[in-house]
Design a protein around this ligand. Structure first.
Ligand code: FES
Ligand code: FES
Length: 151
């Protein structure tokens, strides 16, 4: 089936099968490999994207459900060729080890700061509780989130 959606501000179309996830369609059909596939079960958050402004695990959303909707991936957060402030903060804080969790954490952090510009540590913990880092570099991730909140 054909779907048409807006991804990172651009109108895109894809030919998908009925059971295909949005994550698969983004990565394999729309050439947007930033969202990662680590568990494909909604457990790790590495596939986090914004669907009509709501943070979702794209592995749990059917591509067909995104038909006619708006998706923002980690590739679409920055503007005019510049990194998003959360991406800058992750770089500056050295909050990346293998990097597999990073795109999801960046999208989830950007979403948090959009809703809560000055989050407490508990609010950061809660907002990022669905994003797992198997390299366990959480201290620097928290440093990055706090730094991004101050920009
Ligand atoms: S790949 Fe979607 S939550 Fe892990
Ligand atoms: S940096 Fe490796 S999983 Fe987070």
């Amino acid at each position: 089936m054909k779907i048409a959606l807006t991804v990172n501000g651009e109108r895109r179309e894809a030919d998908v099968w009925g059971g295909e996830s949005l994550l698969y369609a983004l990565r394999e059909r729309l050439d947007l490999p930033g969202s990662k596939n680590a568990c494909e079960q909604g457990e790790c958050g590495s596939c986090s994207v914004l669907l009509d402004g709501t943070l979702v695990c794209s592995c749990l959303v059917l591509a067909a459900q995104a038909d006619g909707h708006e998706v923002v991936t980690v590739e679409g957060l920055g503007q005019d060729g510049n990194l998003h402030r959360v991406q800058e903060a992750f770089l500056d804080a050295g909050a990346v080890q293998c990097g597999f969790c990073t795109p999801g954490l960046v999208v989830a952090t950007a979403d948090l700061l959009e809703r809560t510009p000055s989050p407490t540590d508990d609010e950061i913990r809660e907002a990022l509780s669905g994003n797992l880092c198997r390299c366990t570099g959480y201290q620097k991730i928290f440093d990055a989130v706090r730094a991004a909140a101050q920009v």
